[in-house]
Design a protein around this ligand. Structure first.
Ligand code: BYC
Length: 343
């Protein structure tokens, strides 16, 4: 279906420069590149069948597939609480939220497939540990308050990061993000609502659970935005191409600024003694993030990395019969149709 979009891959590979050499583009490719650059400079969109440089394509496949993996791995920490939600209403909300996240994964895998890599290949990269997914999902959900805090802080951080992606220069990704962001906004509110119920109508013990969950999730949420700009290898080029519209540090600051007041309304404290309003900057200053912890978790050594990956691999293996049955059904339908056409 998207074969035209894949055409350039082999040709560009043939023209790949020797190590350390700038790419030498053939004249027709220079023209295509100039047209591509002009469209990006105008703030225009690139569609699946448009020509695009190989590096742009690879950057998008990396980011979109990691994003898709994050959505389906992100179902697991909350899934832990479906059978233990405190009321039928909270259980129904949680089930709907987790189902939404599965749907987000599907939109994003579909967007990544338009760039020429199949879903099976992308999932194989996840299962082998080659592909990354968001660091945040390698932390455990110890109490019901964690589910509320995931909605409030994790989804809140996700929205801050993902709203600008609705204007990403790659149109299939941007379109997927519009729908995802609408749903994320409900996810964030349900988390905040669950926490408000615990803080305002709960017992002292329940309020303590909320504070404990906030203490554990706050710093990992700040890490979700990625390494500091000075160490972010991809930000400059991704912003040049309009894939990212803001840097990691800009979004992290916006998240802190938006969250402080929400914490005050909720009646919890944020676990950072250095959090202070800076009148000159008109922003909240915050303390140092433990980047060693971040890279350890990204590198596979977080509290739940092994458990999360094992759960995804098991789901894939357990689903083998469904994929086989669907393929057998499709083959039978195809054969029946061919017979009917021949008759
Ligand atoms: N965790 O140069 P940088 C959600 C990697 S879904 C792990 O700044 P970039 C939700 C980065 O990939 C949340 N790895 O990269 C779901 C790169 O490694 P590679 C996910 C991270 O791409 C369900 C290296 O560090 N959101 O919220 O310019 C339920 C250098 O980083 C992380 C998205 O995926 C991390 N936190 O910027 C509830 C949004 N941060 O690839 C909620 C789309 C960085 O060179 N993605 N790395 O091996 C993005 O916006 C960007 O890819 C990032 C990173 C801001 C994440």
């Amino acid at each position: 279906m998207y074969t035209q979009a894949m055409d350039t891959m082999g040709k560009e590979a043939q023209n790949a420069p020797a190590a350390g050499q700038p790419a030498a583009l053939a004249p027709h490719q220079q023209q295509l590149m100039a047209r591509f650059d002009a469209r990006i400079d105008d703030g225009g969109f690139i569609e699946a069948k448009d020509w695009m440089p190989d590096h742009y394509r690879r950057t998008l496949i990396r980011q979109i597939s990691q994003h898709a993996h994050s959505e389906i791995v992100g179902m697991l920490p909350e899934g832990n609480w479906v059978t233990r939600a405190p009321t039928l209403k909270r259980k129904a909300i949680l089930l709907a939220k987790i189902q939404d996240e599965g749907g987000h994964g599907l939109y994003l895998y579909a967007a990544a497939e338009t760039l020429g890599r199949s879903r099976d290949e992308l999932l194989a990269d996840l299962h082998s540990g080659k592909a990354k997914y968001s660091s945040i999902f390698n932390y455990p959900t110890l109490t019901w308050a964690d589910v509320g805090v995931i909605g409030w802080l994790v989804d809140g951080a996700a929205i801050m990061n993902q709203v600008p992606l609705c204007r990403c220069s790659y149109a299939p990704y941007a379109r997927a993000m519009v729908r995802i962001c609408r749903e994320e906004s409900f996810h964030q509110r349900q988390g905040y609502d669950a926490l408000l119920a615990m803080m305002q109508q709960g017992t002292d013990a329940q309020r303590a659970l909320v504070q404990d969950a906030v203490n554990r999730w706050w710093w990992p949420c700040l890490m979700m935005f990625g390494p500091p700009d000075a160490e972010s290898v991809h930000t400059a080029q991704s912003m040049r191409w309009g894939i990212k519209r803001n840097s990691n540090d800009e979004l992290r600051q916006k998240f802190v600024d938006a969250t402080v007041q929400q914490a005050q309304v909720l009646g919890v404290s944020l676990p950072d003694p250095e959090l202070t309003w800076n009148e000159t900057r008109q922003h909240w200053d915050f303390g140092a993030i433990d980047w060693e912890e971040f890279w350890r978790v990204v590198g596979g050594d977080g509290p739940c990395n092994a458990e999360r990956l094992a759960a995804r691999v098991k789901a894939w293996d357990d689903g083998a019969w469904v994929r086989e049955a669907a393929l057998a059904h499709a083959a039978k339908e195809q054969a029946r149709q061919t017979q009917q056409e021949a008759a």
